[in-house]
Design a protein. Structure first.
Length: 345
């Protein structure tokens, strides 16, 4: 039996409509501030984190402080009925403050206490543009990473601080989490104590990899390097005939950056940072961020359908963020809007 509904424009097949909806990539911004948290009543105050959803495949892009709220949402579906994420927060705090407890027993204790259900695991893909703190440290308070019912695959490029870099200078995502995020003295929980199941992948410049999806085939992900202190990587996602591009934290360096143009080329949606106007950039050259004017030149060449600006400068007034988006749209002819915390796209 086929379900149908009649509207003023005729009859619609609801099953087909649902399938069409599933084949539309979707996303949501959980943090839109750059550099450090700085509350703005219109934009929100959390640092960079947003989701991409391809049918049932969840991708989290960067783990700034915005991922904390996302984690609270995700853990709800894996809690015992009647338990809230605040109950989990209280339990974790008390457990870690209990004399003689071992942090590596935390996940087991959550299950034994009846907080976490044993239903289908929560599977997540986390992709990093780079490892600066505003894109990284929210992961310490991401509750699903402590749950034995969570499976996470991490992806990042290699990042170093010296030129030329030696092997000891280079950091992939596994090393960063073990030596910079979940470790003493920056945090009391070590990476080995986390109860989630974690897999770590290092991607290469100009590499293509694939993420699984139960509908519409695998998601193709193309990787390109971008100019930024300690390196950064841009990603182009292709799935279901749609292209979503994420280019966070990059500086034009020159008037024209062929890698950015290739990534943006005729994309359906470009999620990207535009932290500065020309006045701001005059005193911040070399910080690793692009201006509205330079971005417009790249957009004019690449011709994406929609640009969403994010990673707003913490010192920028709301009017500046609006003006940056307006400048890009007027000078490139590409529809442009700015991201706000909790905004879907």
């Amino acid at each position: 039996m086929t379900l149908r509904t009649t509207t003023g424009s005729g009859t619609t097949d609801l099953a087909s409509q649902t399938m069409l909806d599933l084949m539309k990539p979707r996303g949501r911004f959980y943090g839109t501030q750059g550099s450090f948290p700085s509350y703005n009543p219109q934009l929100g105050g959390q640092t960079t984190c947003h989701t991409l959803k391809f049918a049932d495949t969840l991708v989290i892009f960067d783990t700034g402080s915005g991922i904390i709220g996302l984690g609270n949402e995700l853990i709800k579906d894996h809690l015992t009925p009647g338990i809230t994420w605040r109950d989990v927060d209280d339990f974790m705090t008390k457990f870690m403050n209990t004399k003689g407890c071992k942090a590596d027993d935390l996940g087991k204790a959550m299950v034994q206490a009846g907080l976490i259900t044993q239903q289908k695991p929560l599977r997540i893909f986390v992709i990093f543009s780079h490892f600066h703190g505003d894109h990284l440290y929210g992961l310490q308070s991401f509750k699903p990473i402590y749950s034995p019912n969570t499976e996470i695959e991490f992806f990042s490029g290699m990042h170093g601080g010296r030129t030329p870099a030696t092997q000891n200078d280079l950091f992939g995502v596994e090393r960063v989490l073990k030596e910079r995020v979940f470790c003493y003295p920056t945090y009391p929980v070590e990476e080995a104590w986390l109860q989630s199941k974690r897999t770590y992948h290092v991607v290469q410049e100009h590499q293509t990899f694939h993420l699984p999806c139960s509908i519409g085939g695998d998601i193709q992900v193309d990787v390109m390097p971008m100019y930024h202190p300690n390196q950064a990587y841009g990603y182009r996602f292709t799935w279901g005939g749609k292209v979503i591009v994420v280019t966070l934290d990059h500086e034009h360096g020159h008037v024209y950056d062929k890698n950015i143009v290739k990534l943006w080329d005729e994309a359906d949606v470009v999620v990207t940072e535009f932290q500065y106007d020309e006045r701001m950039y005059a005193t911040r050259k070399g910080f690793g961020h692009i201006t509205a004017e330079a971005a417009a030149k790249h957009a004019f060449e690449a011709k994406p359908k929609l640009i969403i600006t994010t990673h707003h400068d913490p010192d920028a007034e709301f009017e500046t963020v609006v003006d940056i988006a307006r400048t890009i749209e007027e000078k490139s002819g590409v529809r442009t809007k700015f991201a706000m915390q909790n905004m879907p796209f």
